[in-house]
Design a protein. Sequence first.
Length: 329
Amino acid sequence: MNTDGLILFDKPSGMTSHDVVAKIRRALSPGKSFRKQAKCGHTGTLDPLATGLMLILCGRATRLSKYLTGLDKKYSADVVFGVETDTLDSDGQIIGKYEVNCSEQDLLQAVNLQIGKINQIPPKYSAIKINGKRSCDRVRDGEDIATPEPRQISIYSLECEISGWGVESDSTDVCALDNKSYQATITTECSSGTYVRSLVRDLAESVGTKGHLTKLRRETIAGYKIVDALPSTEISNQEALVSAMLPMSSAVSWAPSIILSDEEVKLTRIGVQPDNELIDRIVQPESEAVSKFPAISAVDSNGNLVAIMKLVDGNLSLDTVIPPVASEK
């Protein structure tokens, strides 16, 4: 059974990203102890509240994790204005209600000001580690932590569809100070490292109020789409997981590539640095994605991933070598 590859998975709400990986790992290794289970990892955390696309790397493909963590993403989120929670989403506790004095047109104009390169302050309730411990865990343990340092991110697009503005509602969880509900759905394409909860916070503050998200769904990661993902109901179905697993080369299908000769494969496997003449054989993909960790995939004549290379000051160098299985030797 092949357990080397990439699984596109549709995460359900209520599960942590760690839980998703653990369930998939157990499903791929029934009856085995933890140490003997298949290696699995994800390429970017989704909050328990959130749903949507996760990239699960299995077996030897886990070596490719860093190249996929830096890819651009697309999200949709339902937002409530006039109500603030401690976590900036509906999983948290309401800590304040505020007036919403802006009009629908004011909000739509404010949306455009969030587009571009911006310095964003991550939420305190986040997976950012402080001295080896996640920031959210420190806050939950009662620690008074400093506000995280701003990080530069890119918001490529941001659209807003207002679904109810100043309407009566029976739910106190979504009612602002005037006991009315102000809600919208935003869709954004953004760089890796963007916190949509922080984006919602900043958007609300830009129109003089507070806000939090009630739903969050990750729709795409670079060229990978949620419509191609395995449904969450199949998380423990070994047959479905194996059937959905894409070859390792699919994990870097967005990157330029080089086909190596048999002799070049042998040399690459033992760590010999590539000849710069290979640069002329680099093939560009139809749609190249932007990643914080640029990659050039090197494959054999059968399309098996051999290594990840990179260009450094115009020179080609090895970055990651993928160990072969018996069928590739």
